[in-house]
Ligand binder design. Structure first.
Ligand code: HEC
Length: 130
């Protein structure tokens, strides 16, 4: 291989590496934008903090399953629930309108607690099953 051909081949490799890096960066920024949009549109509709919700969610696992995926038809799965439905459902249950087993669970929760739980659960992927 002549020096010129080698130099040409090397510059091709370098260019390919640069364009790979560039496309990796643009993929990363698209993913970031998508996360930001999700956060704005869903997680903060009620000013909830999903990190705090994740901590409190330990109270719910015994019935609603790990990450809100219920393993029994006795309890609904709550992963991926619409945030508004979640918040309104919890407030109704807290008011004692329906669901006695949840009424005792929700009694001690503040609106902020419910918002935090809603922020956490609504961002989880909904299960295929029950
Ligand atoms: C003792 C078992 C139990 C525990 C613990 C429990 N739940 Fe429930 N949950 C239920 C049952 C049963 C229902 C169905 C109530 C009904 O609609 O009659 C329900 C319903 C719900 C619903 C409404 C679902 C819908 O489709 O409307 C939400 C939201 C919910 N629970 C969230 C939570 C959260 C958040 C926690 C933790 C703070 C929690 N639950 C802890 C038993 C439980």
């Amino acid at each position: 291989m002549s020096t010129t051909a080698f130099a040409a081949a090397l510059s091709l490799v370098v260019m390919a590496a640069i364009s790979l890096t560039a496309s990796a960066e643009s993929t990363a920024s698209t993913a970031e934008e998508a996360t930001d949009a999700t956060t704005r549109e869903d997680a903060f509709r009620y000013g909830g903090d999903p990190e705090r919700g994740a901590e409190m969610a330990k109270l719910c696992t015994s019935c609603h399953g790990y990450q809100g995926r219920s393993v029994t038809s006795r309890y609904p799965s709550i992963a991926g629930m619409d945030e508004t439905r979640f918040v309104e459902g919890m407030r109704e249950l807290r008011a004692g309108d329906r669901g006695h087993r949840m009424a005792s669970m929700t009694r001690g929760l503040t609106d902020q607690d419910i918002a935090d739980l809603a922020a956490y659960y609504s961002r989880l992927e909904a299960p295929d099953g029950p």
